[in-house]
Each structure stands twice: as C-alpha cells, then as structure tokens.
Design a protein around this ligand. Structure first.
Ligand SMILES: Nc1ncnc2c1ncn2[C@@H]1O[C@H](COP(=O)(O)OP(=O)(O)O)[C@@H](O)[C@H]1O
Ligand SMILES: [Mg+2]
Length: 560
C-alpha cells in the first residue's frame, strides 16, 4: 500500500517538474525583433553559475560547463547563434560576490535568491524542482514534515531555498549540513533522521553515491524555481533571454532532465582527485610494504644462507684442521720411524758383527775338525745373548714410540737416559759427546714416551747441525735444574740457529733440510707434546756456541 503510494507520489513530482508548461505543447517559435538581432551582433555576453551544483550545473576539470542548466544554455546559444563567455568561479559564494559588482551579464540561480535580486532581474521560471523528504527505508510515507518535528532534520547549505523552508516550518529546528552528500550519508548512518533537498539533486546524488537503505519519503510542498538573472542595466538582453528560454519545448526539457537522471550519470565528472590520491598513496604504501617485505625476505634468506655457509665453513675448517694435524702427526711418525730404523740399524750393528764373527768361527772350527761340545755351548750362549740383545732393542724402540693413553708417574732422568741409550750408537758414530751430569731424580706425572720423543727430536736436530757444520769437538749438553719449575736445557755447540729463521723453527713444515729429507715437523710436534700434552713451555735461543732448547716443566705435578 505504502509502496504504491510512493510510486504515485514520485510520478506526480516528476510531472510537476514540467508544471510551468504543458508537456505536449509544440515547440514555440522564437521571434527576435530586428533591434534584438542587431543588439546581439558585436556583443559579448558574460555568464556565470554555480561551479559545483550537479545535476543542475558545474564546470568539469577541463572547464567545460555541464549539467541540466548548462544544456538549456547550450540550446539558447544555438538559437541565438553565439557563445556566452563563461566565467568560472571557485564556488557559489564567489559567484554571489561577482554579482555584487555585476561582472557577469547573466547568472543562473534560484528565483528566491535575494542577493542576486539586488543587481539582477530573474527571467520567468523555466523549471520547478520540488523539495523532498529523505529518510531511511524503515520510515513510512511522510505526509507532513511537522509530524517529524522532534526528529533530527537537516538540509544542505547554499541551496537557495533555506528561507522558504524556515518560513514554512517555523516550529522545526533544522540542522544545516555542509553539502548534500554529508546530509544523505548522515541519514543513512542515523546521524540525521530526515534530509531535505531538491528532487533532482537528491535523486541524482543517491544514484551517484550508490547510497542504499534511504528513500524519498515525502514532499515538503516547497519548490525550488530555476531562473536566469540578467543584469538590470541590460533590459534588451533580458527580453531576448526570456523569449529564447520560453522557446525551449517541454519535451526538450524533459529529455534533458531524463538524461541527467539516468543516462548521463557515467559522464558526470566527480572530482576524483582525492580518490586517485588516496588510491595512489595506498598503492604506494602497499608497494613499499611489499618491497620492504620482499627485501626483508631476501635479506633473511641471505643471512640464513650466510649463516649456514659460515657454519659449514667453520665445520669444514675445523675438520680440515683436524685432518691436517692428523696428517702431520702421521708424517712426523713416518719421519720418526725412519729415524727409528736408522737407530735400530746402528744398535744392531754391534750384535750383527758378533753374530757374523761367531758364524765364521763355527765354520772355521768345523772345517778344522776342532768343533767340540764346549765350543758349541759357548757359541750357543753367545749367539743367544746377541739375539736377545737385538730383540730388546726392537722392544725398546717399540715401547719408546708406543702411544700412551693415560698419564703416569715417571722420573724425567729415566726418560732422558732411555732416550740417550737409543740414540747413543748414532751419536757415537758421529763422534758426538753427550754430557748429562745431573743425576738428581725428578718424578713428574705425564706421558714419558712423548717426552722422550720430544727430547729425541731436539737431540737429532743438534746432531744434524753438528754434522752439517763439521764442528770439531761436537757436544750435546743436557741439564736438569730445579727452581720454581723444573728446567730441562738441551744445548749444542753447532753455531746456533740463524737469527732470521729462529722464530720459525717451531712452525709446521719449516725445514732447512729440503735436500736431506727434512720434514719440518720435528720441532712442531715437539712443541705440541710439550705445550699441549704436558702443559709446559718450550723455547729456543742461541748461546755463543750453539742452540739452547729450554723446556720448563710444570712443577705442580712433580713428586720428589
Ligand atoms: N740445534 C739446531 N741448530 C741449528 N738449527 C736447528 C737446530 N734445531 C733445529 N734447527 C733448524 O730448525 C729447523 C726445523 O727443525 P725440525 O722441525 O726438526 O725440522 P727438520 O729437522 O725436519 O728440518 C731445521 O731444519 C733447522 O734449520
Ligand atoms: Mg728435525
């Protein structure tokens, strides 16, 4: 029932827009007098309107005059065969200011406008626009605005009809909104209960903004009448304009309105600048965030890869280092084994000689038929002794180079003596005198074999230097002194280590014996044995005759 009433009501309103003339009248003729035609020649007519009052009128971004009024003006211009010079103002207030100085010949406006009426005369109303009541959907048909007087009722500023509204509804306290849009949105959100605006304008705005859930709920009985104000001092222009406007048929007017209500909607220029700006900024922000995120992700990835690589590299390096040490240990062991075989060979020379002699004597005695039981027994015992001797040498070396797993208590003196015992034949052969006087016993805890190997390395180097330098009275002195710690000094008289290499002798693979199968690992391994395995110190210096190797053994572990 209510819907039906609303439809009938809407229809009536649309019909009423054209109430000034009959809808079906023929297009009236325009008859201009010769004087009027003459007047239009060589004259410039200036024109101003509201720059932002769609669907009635507006200047778009390109400065083109558009809207319902604009299309009326266009028809007039065509009929008069001239173009009005449009003055584009910033806003309606500017247009009113302009009117005060009569800077425009014609200004479009609401017939009720008192400001314009001062210097201008309105032509006959050419279009009427009813002021309608807009509510939310849940309101029923409003027959009289007074019924809603306790509600929040608003209308838009600058519509030109405020005087009429206040006059008609003196008991209602109206709220004035900045624009029609804020008014309509206010109704939708519940900020206002009612908004009053022209049918054309509200209808247009509702469609333009796509506002849902609000509707035209009634009529105020007030109409906004469109007219053109003409400079009071230009009566001829006034009559020409009035005549020409009247010559526009109702069908033409209807078409214009229809166009602006429906078809032209997509052509209407809304100021999209802000929308574009917001969209642009949002896009930039999203873009920046995306880039930042991507960069962060990449960085994370990079850091992770770097971390992984670093971890792997460290692992690799540690592993390499381990392998390297193992290799060096192996190489140094090989070198030591070579030396050991050399030493064994020297140790065996004596018993081998004895065995050879016994062998020859036996054969000789046998040939001479002098081999009796007693002799055989003597040979047997002597041979056995030599063979036991040789076997012991091997055991000694094997024990000497046997890897030790646990620390044990031992006398340093014993280790020195054992080492010297092994190396003695070689030293004797090279005419090297060994001086080891200190017979005081020092007991420490550690790896005796390793310590022996370290001492052996130092003695072997001394021997090499002594032989190489062809020293006359070759000597190796071993001294054991007790002070804060136990100091073991091994010195020779082989002229010392050249000063330019003395800092490098403990470096792995440093050797001056390239031609004589030096490995450069002897002193490196010695340093590791002394400093890492025995928790002691080793250093080298030169005295006036030769090199001095000083091993400082930690006394904490010493048992006397
Ligand atoms: N007593 C010493 N007198 C002179 N030079 C020495 C002495 N001991 C070591 N050196 C020097 O130190 C170097 C490194 O010794 P080492 O690490 O045992 O390697 P290698 O004996 O295989 O050359 C020797 O090549 C030698 O030049
Ligand atoms: Mg060596």
């Amino acid at each position: 029932m209510i819907n039906k009433m609303q439809m009938i009501f809407k229809f009536l309103i649309i019909i009423s827009i054209f109430a000034t003339n009959s809808l079906f009248a023929n297009e009236p003729k325009l008859n201009l007098t010769p004087q009027e035609k003459e007047y239009l020649k060589n004259t410039t007519i200036t024109y101003a309107g509201d720059p932002n009052w769609l669907p009635f009128e507006a200047f778009d971004k390109q400065g083109k005059y558009i809207g319902i009024i604009s299309e009326h003006i266009e028809i007039i211009e065509k009929k008069l065969d001239l173009k009005f010079k449009k003055i584009i103002t910033k806003n309606w207030s500017d247009t009113l200011e302009l009117s005060k100085k009569t800077e425009a010949d014609i200004i479009s406006g609401d017939a009720a406008d008192v400001t314009l009426a001062k210097n201008y005369k309105p032509i006959d109303i050419y279009m009427q626009n009813p002021l309608v009541i807009i509510t939310r959907d849940n309101y029923s048909f409003v027959s009289d605005l007074n019924h809603l007087k306790d509600k929040k009722i608003a209308y838009g500023n600058g519509g030109g009809y405020s005087t009429d509204i206040v006059k008609k509804y003196p008991n209602i306290e109206f709220i004035i909104t900045d624009t029609i849009y804020t008014g309509l949105l206010g109704v939708k959100s519940g900020k206002y209960d009612v908004f009053i605006g022209t049918l054309a304008m509200t209808d247009y705005s509702i469609v333009q903004m796509g506002i849902e859930n609000i509707k035209i709920a009634g009529d105020t009985g007030i109409t906004m009448n469109l007219t053109l104000f003409v400079n009071k001092n230009k009566p001829q222009l006034y009559t020409i304009l009035n005549k020409t406007m009247k010559s526009i048929s109702d069908i033409q007017k209807h078409n214009i309105i229809s166009k602006w209500r429906y078809n032209k909607i997509e052509k209407v220029i809304i100021d999209y600048t802000l929308v574009w700006q917001i969209l642009g900024i949002s896009f930039i922000i999203v873009f920046i965030v995306l880039i930042a995120y991507q960069k962060q992700k990449k960085l994370h990835k990079k850091i992770k890869v770097l971390n992984d690589n670093l971890e792997n590299k460290i692992k690799e390096e540690v592993e390499k280092n381990k392998q390297q040490q193992l290799l060096m240990l192996h190489q140094s062991r090989l070198a030591q084994m070579g030396e050991m075989i050399n030493m064994i060979a020297h140790q065996w020379r004596q018993p081998l000689n004895v065995l050879s002699m016994i062998n020859q004597t036996i054969i000789l005695q046998y040939n001479r038929k002098k081999l009796d039981d007693e002799k055989v027994k003597y040979f047997k015992e002597n041979t056995k002794k030599q063979i036991q001797n040789m076997s012991k040498t091997i055991d000694d070396f094997r024990n000497f180079f046997k890897p030790e797993k646990e620390k044990i208590e031992f006398y340093i003196n014993d280790v020195i003596s054992d080492t010297l015992e092994l190396v003695k034949p070689i030293l004797t052969k090279a005419s090297i005198e060994i001086i080891f006087k200190n017979k005081q016993q020092f007991k420490i805890i550690g790896f005796p074999n390793e310590l022996g190997q370290a001492i052996l390395n130092i003695i072997n180097n001394a021997k090499d230097a002594l032989v190489e330098n062809k020293i006359e009275n070759k000597q190796i002195k071993i001294k054991l002194v007790e002070d804060e710690n136990i100091t073991l000094t091994i010195s020779d008289n082989a002229k010392g280590i050249p000063e330019n290499i003395i800092d490098k002798v403990f470096d792995p693979y440093f050797s001056t014996k390239e031609n004589k199968n030096g490995t450069g690992l002897g002193l490196y391994m010695t340093k590791i044995i002394i400093e890492e395995h025995t928790n002691s110190k080793i250093s080298v210096s030169n005295n006036k005759n030769g090199a001095n190797f000083i091993i400082t053994l930690n006394k904490l572990k010493i048992v006397k």
